[in-house]
Design a protein around this ligand. Structure first.
Ligand SMILES: Cc1cc2nc3c(=O)[nH]c(=O)nc-3n(C[C@H](O)[C@H](O)[C@H](O)COP(=O)(O)OP(=O)(O)OC[C@H]3O[C@@H](n4cnc5c(N)ncnc54)[C@H](O)[C@@H]3O)c2cc1C
Ligand code: FES
Length: 366
């Protein structure tokens, strides 16, 4: 038998069982990755086609995902994986493009001293390949589209609501939308030109820009000013995303008029209500059962941050308690949940490392 036909026989017999199928999938995966790093049967990857400078600190990365991408709903986020100094890190980014667009975009603000946003801004170029997470999140435009919409954003928080607006524009469904966006100045309005064009083209879109450098209006979110701007806000299905102070104040305003059920919000940073009042234990012994290591967790921050400081690299995504990538079983010991304040002392409980802090020595299934 010639070597090619021998190989054919091996592949045919391998393909006839489950183990063989897995073997073939792994082979195919390997060779596809060798030929073209963006091609993969299972892993989501995307090639960067273009990098667009939106403002002085924000860039859009236009991506062509591989066949594993199954599309997104307007408002959802994906996670991006980057290898920085030999360490794989993941961060979530809202998808700023409309679901119907062939290319997917994420729009990233550079956070001073931020590890991943700095890396993306300084290193990611057209032609590079990125690892992505499947689109996720409940911050989405409902179907059917509500009659009266309010999109309320600040800074880079515009990204998920821009995806919603673009989606409505593509479907010619901008009927009664108020879009209020907060930024430092005109030059800092991400997608400023496109917003102005959409407002000029669609009678059903009212665009209001609240700019910090505009002397005729208050800086940041102001309840009285906002209620005058959008007097019927409590009747509108509202989608809110922006910096924490804006979100906290808008959330309280909706609560105060009994309209919380009309407000959907997406946070980029954790709403850890307990952190300012917490005391941290100094030096907690953590036994990592699966890797059979003992580490000392210390300092401020979540258990995830404490383990990272101790040299561990636990899996994570959003770092704010929404994606569940960091969940693991606590086999023994006590932790406190940073969002709810709940204390868990029972053995064999599932915890999220990014929103937990140790309250005793711990044993984790990591
Ligand atoms: C669901 C979701 C969607 C998101 N979508 C976007 C998006 O569309 N565009 C975007 O630019 N970011 C978005 N983010 C934020 C993003 O995931 C990262 O947190 C951000 O890029 C900072 O990561 P880093 O590694 O650069 O900073 P890190 O190294 O993680 O943090 C450095 C410091 O910056 C602070 N910090 C973290 N994030 C911010 C922030 N957004 N603003 C100010 N300070 C911050 C941290 O508290 C820390 O002190 C989203 C986050 C979530 C959870
Ligand atoms: S990293 Fe997303 S829930 Fe912890």
């Amino acid at each position: 038998m010639g070597s090619m036909s021998k190989m054919g026989a091996v592949w045919r017999s391998a393909g006839s069982s489950v183990a063989g199928r897995l073997f073939l999938d792994r082979q195919a995966e390997f060779w596809m990755g060798e030929v073209d790093p963006v091609r993969s049967l299972r892993e989501l990857r995307a090639r960067v086609l273009e990098v667009i400078e939106e403002t002085r600190d924000t860039k859009t990365f236009l991506l062509r995902p591989n066949g594993a991408w199954r599309g997104h709903r307007a408002g959802q986020y994906t996670s991006v994986e980057a290898e920085i100094d030999g360490v794989r890190m993941r961060r979530c980014y809202s998808i700023s493009s409309a679901p119907s667009e062939a290319l997917v975009s994420i729009t990233v603000k550079h956070v001073a001293d931020g590890r991943v946003s700095t890396w993306l801004h300084e290193n990611l170029r057209a032609g590079h390949v990125l690892g992505l997470g499947a689109p996720a999140g409940e911050f989405v435009l409902p179907s059917p589209t509500p009659d009266k919409l309010l999109l309320l954003s600040g800074g880079s928080g515009i990204t998920p609501v821009m995806s919603m607006l673009r989606d409505l524009a593509v479907r010619d469904a901008i009927e009664n939308v108020v879009f209020v966006h907060h930024a430092r100045s005109h030059a800092d309005v991400i997608f400023g030109e496109e917003l102005a064009e959409l407002a000029a083209r669609h009678a059903g879109l009212r665009l209001v820009l609240c700019l910090d450098d505009d002397a005729s209006s208050p800086r940041g979110f102001d309840e009285v000013y906002f209620a005058k701007l959008v007097p019927d806000f409590a009747e509108r299905s509202t989608f809110l995303c922006g910096p924490k102070p804006l979100m906290d104040r808008a959330e309280r305003l909706f609560e105060s008029v009994g309209a919380s059920d009309r407000l959907a919000l997406e946070r980029f940073t954790p709403a850890l209500r307990l952190l300012p009042t917490l005391s941290f234990l100094d030096g907690v012994q953590v036994r990592l059962g699966r890797s059979e290591r003992n580490v000392v967790a210390k300092g401020q921050g979540s258990l995830l941050e404490q383990l990272e400081r101790a040299g561990e690299r636990p899996a994570h995504g959003c770092r704010i308690g929404i994606c569940h990538t960091c969940k693991c079983r606590k086999q023994s010991g006590t932790v406190q949940n940073l969002v709810t304040g709940e204390v868990s002392s029972e053995p064999d409980q599932e915890i999220q490392l990014c929103i937990s802090i140790p309250r005793s020595d711990l044993e984790l299934d990591l």
